[in-house]
Design a protein around this ligand. Structure first.
Ligand SMILES: [Zn+2]
Length: 545
């Protein structure tokens, strides 16, 4: 019969226990010196070795030939306990035996000296599940235990254990096992079992185990059953149904590029394939969290990763985001996930969330603004300003600018250019006239009129403009229809005022220059031009003389 790996490789001595060195050292010393407590409380999250250590301790105190505090695993006592036949070492699962009657019968049995071995040991798992009256009954024995009795209580929820019990126990806190330790153990087990496990897959499983070696071994079991040949990262993803991790990475990359179309296409494809939406959102949250960790604590963060993506994938995504952006994405995703229960249409929820992630300009809360600001700061710090763009697309683009790391540009530019060619060329290369926003000239004319009413008639709006604005990159040319008008408007202070107003309207620096529409035609002396104009008014013709 096949024995699952976590049972087969359950540690048989304190020295085999992974990742709980300080605890096993103390227990070994107590066994050697005989200074044992009559009640122990093992706390810690699941799969960290509490039950394993309980059994080892039960064997060690009863072993006929203990070796340096470890049970020998050979003597009659060890073998009897291992097989579960020993009537004096009892494992009780409080989750299913939580009543006061169970504890009372335990109390009645407890007074008798052990029949086979030195100490009668009660291992009570999930002790926090006991009822209050059962706890009170237990307390009575623990307060005044017979010398032949030992209790080992184990719990994942320390806060549910009454203080009166806690004060009578020696407490040990089992910590989550480091991903590297889990990975190393998985390598060992894989070697013993003849399983071909890649380093990448072992590291991935180590992280996915989330500090529980038992979970890590169960995951390895699952992968080994499904795999043919080597277990690589791909096998792990596929077997454990987190194939979406890749999709999550792709989605996030599209979000970074603010490519809403690509984001929705990817999401719709997943939806159509029947992917669980909340699982997808969860994967995105974990990915954002991992990236945020690496961003804020590059050294120590590595040990805290959830393992949703490989290191290479994370490193590739990292330069796309600032910490503020990742924080915002994480919050948006969690907000969406928490609303699932009362949502009428989860699909729409996620689509809206993804769109908001794509474009922080859609949100006006502090976090969105902080995310946008952080992007601007990053661009400024890089010293390369993004190519100028019209206000209509303002708020986008930072992710595609040359200011970003060189690593991402090759992959990005080809995909981007067909749809958004106007953003690509730098200012200096632009020769075409830009389209000015419709309101630009009316707003500018208003400002000029308020500033200097006498100019209002020249910088006019109607259908026959005296001055026509033409924008080429940073150069705003104000083309006068004739030299007479040019003479009136082309002054230092007017240029400065218009430059300032135009920059505010276009949200970028602008150089202003007045020019003449047709210099060849209008080379006349301004005074002569004035005279020519006066001709148009016959009543004033005498002035010509
Ligand atoms: Zn033994």
């Amino acid at each position: 019969m096949y024995q699952v790996l976590y049972r087969k490789y359950r540690p048989q001595s304190f020295d085999d226990v992974i990742g709980q060195g300080s605890i096993t050292q103390i227990l070994k010393t107590q066994v050697v010196t005989g200074k044992l407590s009559h009640a122990y409380l093992f706390t810690g999250s699941r799969g960290t070795g509490k039950t394993t250590c309980s059994k080892i301790l039960a064997k060690a105190v009863n072993c006929l030939n203990p070796i340096d505090g470890n049970p020998c695993n050979c003597c009659s006592a060890c073998r009897s306990i291992d097989s579960g036949a020993c009537m004096d070492v009892l494992e009780i699962d409080a989750a299913s035996n939580n009543g006061v009657d169970n504890v009372r019968s335990l109390r009645e049995d407890a007074i008798y000296a052990p029949a086979e071995v030195k100490k009668r040991v009660y291992i009570i798992d999930e002790v926090h599940m006991l009822s209050i009256s059962a706890f009170n009954a237990l307390l009575k024995i623990i307060e005044e235990p017979p010398a032949h009795l030992m209790f080992i209580l184990a719990t994942t929820e320390l806060h549910k254990v009454p203080a009166t019990i806690l004060s009578h126990c020696q407490r040990f806190s089992f910590r989550r096992i480091d991903p590297e330790d889990v990975a190393a153990r998985l390598h060992f087990v894989a070697y013993e079992e003849g399983i071909d496990l890649s380093d990448e897959a072992a590291n991935l499983l180590g992280r996915l185990a989330d500090g529980a070696l038992r979970d890590g071994l169960s995951l390895l079991d699952q992968c080994a059953a499904a795999a043919q040949g080597q277990i690589g990262a791909e096998t792990v993803y596929r077997t454990l149904g987190i194939a979406g991790a890749r999709i999550a990475a792709q989605l996030l990359r599209a979000v970074a590029q603010q490519d809403a179309k690509q984001v929705l296409t990817l999401f719709t494809a997943q939806y159509a394939q029947g992917k669980d939406i909340s699982a997808l959102v969860d994967e995105l949250v974990r990915l954002c969290r991992d990236l945020l960790l690496l961003k804020t604590a590059p050294q120590t963060g590595a040990a805290m990763l959830t393992g949703i993506c490989t290191d290479a994938e994370l490193q590739e995504l990292l330069p796309y985001f600032t910490a503020a952006e990742l924080l915002r994405h994480t919050c948006l995703l969690q907000e969406t996930a928490s609303g699932f229960n009362r949502s009428a249409n989860r699909r729409v929820d996620v689509e809206l969330c993804l769109l908001r992630m794509c474009d922080p300009a859609l949100d006006l809360d502090a976090q969105a603004i902080s995310a946008r600001l952080s992007r601007v700061e990053t661009v400024l710090a890089s010293g390369v300003l993004p190519a100028a763009q019209s206000p209509a697309v303002e708020g986008e683009a930072p992710a595609q600018t040359p200011a970003q790391t060189p690593a991402q540009t090759p992959a990005q530019t080809p995909a981007q250019s067909p749809e958004e060619p106007e953003r690509e060329p730098p200012v200096s290369q632009r020769v075409t006239t830009e389209e000015l926003p419709v309101s630009f000239w009316t707003d500018l004319a208003d400002a000029v009129r308020r500033w200097r009413p006498s100019l209002g008639g020249y910088i006019n709006t109607g259908s026959e403009k005296m001055i026509v604005p033409v924008l080429r990159g940073e150069q705003l040319d104000l083309v006068a229809i004739d030299a007479f008008i040019l003479e009136i408007v082309d002054h230092e202070d007017v240029r400065a005022f218009i430059a300032q107003q135009a920059a505010a309207l276009l949200r970028r620096p602008v150089r202003v220059r007045f020019t003449l529409r047709d210099p060849q035609k209008d080379k006349t002396d301004p005074i002569q031009k004035l005279r020519d104009n006066l001709v148009k008014f016959p009543d004033l013709a005498h002035i010509q003389e």
